[in-house]
Design a protein around this ligand. Structure first.
Ligand SMILES: Cc1cc2nc3c(=O)[nH]c(=O)nc-3n(C[C@H](O)[C@H](O)[C@H](O)COP(=O)(O)OP(=O)(O)OC[C@H]3O[C@@H](n4cnc5c(N)ncnc54)[C@H](O)[C@@H]3O)c2cc1C
Length: 381
């Protein structure tokens, strides 16, 4: 067994760390405060290949794979979780499915543009009445000539109003005797198509540099050739993608927790409590040790799941374990960081205040903590 990253990934990690420190971190607090979507940064990310980790170089991506994505995006998450989620969704839930499930024709029209970052994508699964229970969706796609006509509302869509295309899920099989999971199909939907409109940006606790909106579809005509994968197999596609997406969110949690630990260790030399440096307090040292151990465990779980996915091996439970552990550990790390820094950490101008807010959602989206437990236990039992 070899725990070392190979030369290529080490270089990618080094480059990403430098980019994150020099270009992403400095303005992260302002992006959060003023809710600025990071358009300029995303253009730089596109030039660095951060839109196409899961697509080969010959097709416009970087070909670094899931492990490479985990290594690079940990650095981005440590600097700005809002920028991270925009990239994570695009890679795991947009470039990846077009690469994996699209017909040759569909690929030739979309893959290079999404993998190179010329266009930004989003993933439209959640609806007002269906979050964890995604199969209960109500959006329909009815056949009409050489198109499907889509009607329905999608909620909480990351980058919805910034994206040029989306991977959208809708019920195509109207026979209600079929199980819900066999009635859904996936499509690549061009946002130029008439009939698409957006809600206002959701005000939210964290990830304020990212955009989250409702997307409404009224008689949107999507050509039949934009069907992604087989008709009626959309639910399986959605679930397969979420296995990859979950590793992405586990990595986001990991990056956030690392930033929290770094904020604490940076502050310690100047902090005194009860007349002595806080770094001499055994309680404080034990807290730091616990966070550091959790971080390492989370990283190993993330890398294992990413590696298994790259190898095309079974990884459903492993992806959920990575997300379950990393997101819980990260929330605890952020809570401890605020505790250790005292009132300074609670102030809105301190980085750990933002990290604590950003971290909360990692236990909610791409499957809640409870859903991860259901997935893991289902695999075991
Ligand atoms: C910032 C943000 C960005 C998002 N981006 C996207 C996106 O880009 N695309 C997209 O499609 N969606 C997106 N979502 C939606 C997200 O994936 C859902 O919020 C998530 O799946 C949970 O669904 P829900 O909010 O409807 O919660 P619910 O499913 O209603 O769950 C509520 C609570 O019930 C628990 N629960 C639910 N079912 C069970 C069960 N069977 N057993 C035990 N407990 C259960 C849950 O764990 C949770 O605690 C985003 C959400 C947020 C907050």
């Amino acid at each position: 067994m070899n725990f070392d990253l190979d030369e290529r990934l080490l270089r990618a990690q080094e480059d990403a760390r430098r980019f994150a420190e020099e270009r992403v971190a400095p303005d992260a607090a302002r992006r959060d405060r003023e809710k600025i979507f990071p358009n300029d940064l995303l253009r730089e990310c596109a030039d660095l290949g951060y839109f196409g980790f899961l697509v080969s170089e010959s097709e416009g991506g970087s070909g670094l794979g899931n492990l490479g994505q985990a290594v690079v995006l940990e650095e981005i998450a440590a600097a700005c979780a809002g920028t991270h989620v925009t990239l994570s969704v695009h890679n795991s839930l947009v470039s990846s499915p077009i690469n994996k499930f699209a017909s040759d024709d569909l690929k030739s029209r979309y893959l290079r543009d999404v993998a190179s970052g010329k266009v930004l994508g989003c993933y439209l699964l959640t609806e007002p009445g269906s979050g964890s229970d995604a199969a209960a969706m109500k959006t329909t796609a009815r056949e009409d000539g050489d198109s499907f006509v889509l009607n329905g509302d999608k909620m909480w869509i990351t980058s919805g109003d910034e994206a040029q295309l989306g991977i959208v899920f809708a019920v195509t099989e109207m026979d209600e005797s079929l199980p819900d999971t066999k009635r859904i199909s996936a499509f690549v939907m061009d946002f130029d198509d008439p009939g698409i409109s957006f809600g206002k940006r959701e005000p939210k606790l964290g990830l304020r540099a990212s955009s989250t909106v409702a997307v409404f579809m009224k008689d949107v005509r999507v050509p039949k050739v934009n069907l992604l994968g087989e008709r009626g197999r959309g639910f399986n596609i959605a679930m397969d993608l979420l296995n990859g997406g979950r590793v992405g969110i586990a990595v986001q949690a990991l990056g956030i927790a690392r930033a929290a630990l770094e904020a604490v260790t940076r502050a310690f030399p100047d902090m005194r409590r009860a007349g002595r440096p806080i770094g001499k307090s055994q309680l404080a040292r034990f807290r730091v040790a616990e966070i550091a151990a959790d971080l390492d465990a989370a990283r190993l779980l993330c890398w294992r799941a990413a590696w298994l996915r790259d190898e095309g091996r079974e990884h459903i439970a492993e992806a959920s374990m990575a997300k379950l552990f990393a997101t819980q550990a990260s929330n605890e790390a952020c809570r401890r960081a605020v505790e250790l820094l005292g009132e300074a950490g609670y102030g809105s101008d301190h980085v750990v205040e933002r990290l604590m807010r950003d971290c909360r959602v990692t236990e909610l989206y791409e499957g809640t903590t409870e859903v991860q437990k259901l997935v893991i236990s289902r695999q075991l039992l």
